[in-house]
Design a protein around this ligand. Sequence first.
Ligand code: 4NP
Length: 155
Amino acid sequence: MINVLFVCLGNICRSPMAEALFRDLLKKENLSSNVTVDSAATSSWHIGSPPHKETLTILKKYNISSDDLVGRQLTKEDFEKFDYIIGMDESNTKNIFEITGKPNHPKIVRLLDLTDHKKDVPDPYYTGDFEETYQLISDGCRGLLEKILIENNLK
Ligand code: 4NP
């Protein structure tokens, strides 16, 4: 089994959006039984909370399930449990390095470094633009899927 964890600051906007989108992509590619998906926050602010209502709205717009999305905080133990730990921006990846105690470990990657965008996923909690974030995360999820397929000889 390949285990994927998406991480953002609050675990209510970007990383649950990525979790739902990537799970949907795996389902469409018939890979649900090969890969597990989860998400977490670097902060403790929204532990136990559902996603932001606009995250739920955009997922619904694209007919993607938002089941099983509950806020939780990243732990040091997550480093051992997950094979791919994907931060939404540079600040997240730095915080993941600190929380896990694994600076610059190759399993910790910024999502859009897996695409031609090579930039942070804008935080819609501040920008208000959930559509832009959705499109970028969608591109990132395709890049991540490609990386996983290659690295695990699944293609
Ligand atoms: P996220 O966005 O990291 O994409 O979930 C945020 C959610 C909540 C807060 C900041 C960013 N907050 O300040 O509560």
